[in-house]
Design a protein around this ligand. Structure first.
Ligand code: NAP
Length: 338
């Protein structure tokens, strides 16, 4: 028995794989969901030993439930944060739950005597608002939230991580704080209710894009992200650490080629031609989601994960495996007609 760990947001994609790994490695896990009516559904998706997993109700927007959820926990992985598939009406819809929820989790953890607090931040807190072009980013970089390219989700993750680190410096006491900063997370699905990060693969498979926009992103597998969280929870000397979790940077056209090579006929709707930037900019006038990311056209945001590899011995699986596992699960679950 390794001890008891609290994982916030047990209904989420990354949290699900993290809970599975923690239980498999002998931890007792406490997790939070907003409404306990969902408990039996989430339990059935996770498929772990029921005795090793306890559910608590806690919302990022309310103080209720956090103290109970963390009682007797020595470790915390704070994963919950809003990741919507649509553009919010105002940035505060994301910033307030991300920042205030992290502070609620931190306060409850310190008060419960937690030793190590691992927070799921994001590449969004590192690589945005640095202008156009190609760059390789490390943990020393921070997103510039005042840049017009820092859209609300990017702002929410940056502001939440900064607030968490400031709070730790002022009030954290003996608790260690570590952040994990993943790039775009892909891999097998937990259910047909999938994370927003998998949306690009769905759009490619179902042929709903008229061509391949000149967008790219670092890609990382959900199983490797879970594994990095576990390493951060258990390795010595982690106080203040920050770890990028990313595999290679891929253009959409490279993702499309991996789908075609791996799926053959099932990838017949995946576009082959590029979509000129002017058409993407035109659609941004009408589509609020594209409008958020149009500043990313042509940018290379290469995330350097060598720190996690050197310090924690972390390794990533081949990126094609993550992309094809996403696609095969989407087909298997009937989420796309190919
Ligand atoms: P997800 O499946 O959408 O999970 C998000 C979780 O946050 C869900 O459990 C959700 O609960 C919970 N949540 C949202 N608002 C909440 C609120 N007000 N109160 C309580 N819980 C709330 O997304 P994910 O991909 O697993 O993301 C998990 C974390 O990783 C987030 O912090 C995200 O920013 C970060 N991250 C994700 C990616 C990626 O590509 N997926 C990349 C970098 C970082 P409900 O089920 O009730 O909505």
């Amino acid at each position: 028995m390794r001890g008891t760990v609290f994982v916030s947001g047990g209904s989420g994609y990354i949290a699900g794989f993290l809970i599975r790994q923690l239980v498999a490695e002998g931890w007792m896990v406490h997790t939070s969901i907003r409404n306990l009516a969902k408990e039996s559904h989430v339990r059935s998706l996770l498929g772990v030993d029921n005795v090793k997993l306890k559910f608590f109700a806690a919302d990022l927007m309310s103080d209720a439930g956090w103290a109970e959820a963390m009682a007797e926990c020595s470790h915390v992985a704070h994963v919950a944060s809003p990741l919507p598939s649509t553009a919010p009406k105002s940035a505060d819809e994301l910033i307030i739950p991300a920042r205030d929820g992290a502070l609620r989790a931190l306060r409850a953890a310190r008060n419960a005597g937690v030793k190590r607090f691992v927070m799921t931040s994001s590449a969004a807190a590192i690589a945005y608002g640095h202008g156009k072009g190609s760059r390789r980013f490390t943990e020393a970089d921070w997103t510039n939230v005042t840049s017009p390219d820092a859209y609300p989700y990017v702002q929410s993750k940056t502001i939440a991580e900064r607030a968490a680190r400031d709070w730790m410096a002022a009030e954290g006491g003996d608790m260690d704080y570590v952040s994990v900063n993943p790039s775009l997370v892909l891999g097998p699905l937990l259910s047909d209710d999938f994370s927003t990060s998998l949306e690009a693969i769905k759009k490619l498979l179902e042929g709903s894009l008229p061509g391949l926009p000149n967008f790219g992103f670092g890609v990382v597998d959900v199983r490797d992200v879970a594994d990095l969280h576990v390493r951060c929870l258990t390795a010595p000397n982690m106080a203040g650490e920050r770890f990028i979790a990313s595999g290679p940077f891929l253009w959409m056209k490279e993702v499309a080629a991996i789908l075609r090579d791996g799926l053959g006929e099932q990838a017949r709707k995946v576009p082959t031609r590029g979509l000129p930037d002017f058409l993407v900019k035109l659609s941004a006038l009408f589509d609020p989601v594209i409008k958020q990311v149009v500043g990313e056209l042509g940018n290379v945001r290469d995330m350097d994960a060598s720190h996690a590899k050197a310090v924690l011995g972390w390794e990533t699986r081949p990126v094609a495996e993550s992309i094809l596992d996403t696609a095969r699960d989407m087909i298997r679950l009937g989420l796309v007609k190919v």
